[in-house]
Design a protein around this ligand. Structure first.
Ligand SMILES: *Cc1c(COP(=O)(O)O)cnc(C)c1O
Ligand code: SF4
Length: 311
């Protein structure tokens, strides 16, 4: 476990949404249904720490440390000092770069981990320079929770390095409105002012954000700090995270609530990642009820029924 002083300061009381994300729960030990690697990332890794599932996108893990360790982490097996056998080394980073260089279909590189921004500025500058020198790499994304968990890491010096390597995107991970503090807003403003489009990959978590009002407030607040809600992830079937699971039906009802009440710029896609490496698919509330005589019978967010021609 790790809870840094900043993230600790966001806890208001025992068992609150920040506490639940950060403090170990005994229920983690009695979860027998989860898997270590439910998305089969390892079988889809041609070199250690690089998963290549979608032809044009390479998921490249360049850190196994985070500013705090989320209890709901989907990559627990590889994250933190206790993740034996999965270390990120100069050799695995070099092998990942070489793999990308040798695979011209890869045009989109995701730097993930762990948290890539736990690496130092010099490492990150060198890595981005190597990647941007590869002609077929058309864009790089950084996946980092640091804007939510250690916004002080986003310094003018770091941003000065990052902005040299456009097109660069950053997807972060906020799960609750209380994480959107003045410090987090400042970090996101620095990044956005440097021309880095910001997205958010929120995880639907029981007792944290599994209700309409909390999720609506989070999505609106993200919009106000220039972060576009990208995905709302249904939690993966990871061992030790069963106490965070909430029914898909709940996720769908939250999505039905968001659509129409929250401006479209602040509505994410609700995703499940299929076990066994099947990839991500979006889930939508059942707007289309049935089809008959060339017409769709659809229901809008207010429960009203309409007809719309299929062709
Ligand atoms: C989620 C994921 C991606 C990125 O998916 P997008 O829908 O493009 O954001 C890429 N590779 C792997 C292995 C993933 O799990
Ligand atoms: S920041 Fe991401 S990788 Fe790190 S513990 Fe949290 S979910 Fe896992």
């Amino acid at each position: 476990m790790r809870i840094n002083p900043y993230y600790l300061s966001l806890i208001r009381e025992k068992g609150d949404p920040v506490w639940r994300q950060a403090v170990p729960d005994p229920a983690e030990l009695s979860d027998l249904s989860g898997m270590d690697d439910p998305l089969s990332e390892e079988p889809q890794s041609p070199v250690p720490n690089l998963t290549h599932r979608y032809p044009e996108t390479a998921l490249f893990l360049v850190s196994n440390r985070c500013a705090m360790y989320c209890r709901h982490c989907m990559r627990k097996r590889k994250v933190g000092p206790g993740a034996s056998g999965f270390s990120v080394t100069d050799e695995t980073v070099a092998a990942g770069i070489e793999y990308i260089e040798n695979n011209p279909v890869v045009r989109d590189v995701i730097l993930s981990g762990g948290d890539p921004l736990l690496r130092d500025d010099e490492f990150l500058g060198g890595l981005l320079e190597r990647l941007r020198a590869i002609p077929h790499v058309e864009m790089v994304r950084i996946h980092s929770r640091v804007p939510a968990t250690l916004p002080q890491r986003i310094t003018p010096e770091l941003v000065g390095i990052l902005k040299k390597y456009h097109p660069l995107y950053l997807n972060t991970h906020f799960n609750h409105p209380v994480e959107i503090t003045p410090e987090a807003a400042r970090a996101c403003a620095l990044l956005a002012d440097a021309g880095i489009p910001l997205g958010c990959q929120t995880v639907l978590l029981k007792g944290v954000n599994d209700d309409e009002e909390t999720m609506g407030a989070l999505m609106r607040k993200l919009g106000s700090i220039r972060v576009k809600p990208y995905y709302l992830h249904h939690p993966d079937l990871v061992r030790g995270t069963g106490h965070f699971r909430t029914p898909v039906k709940k996720g769908l009802s939250i999505m039905a609530f968001l659509r129409g009440r929250v401006g479209g710029m602040c509505v994410p896609q609700y995703m499940i990642d299929l076990p066994g490496g099947g990839g991500k698919i979006p889930l939508l509330p059942p707007y289309v009820r049935e089809t008959e005589d060339g017409m769709m019978i659809v229901e809008n967010g207010n429960g009203e029924i309409y007809k719309y021609p299929l062709g």
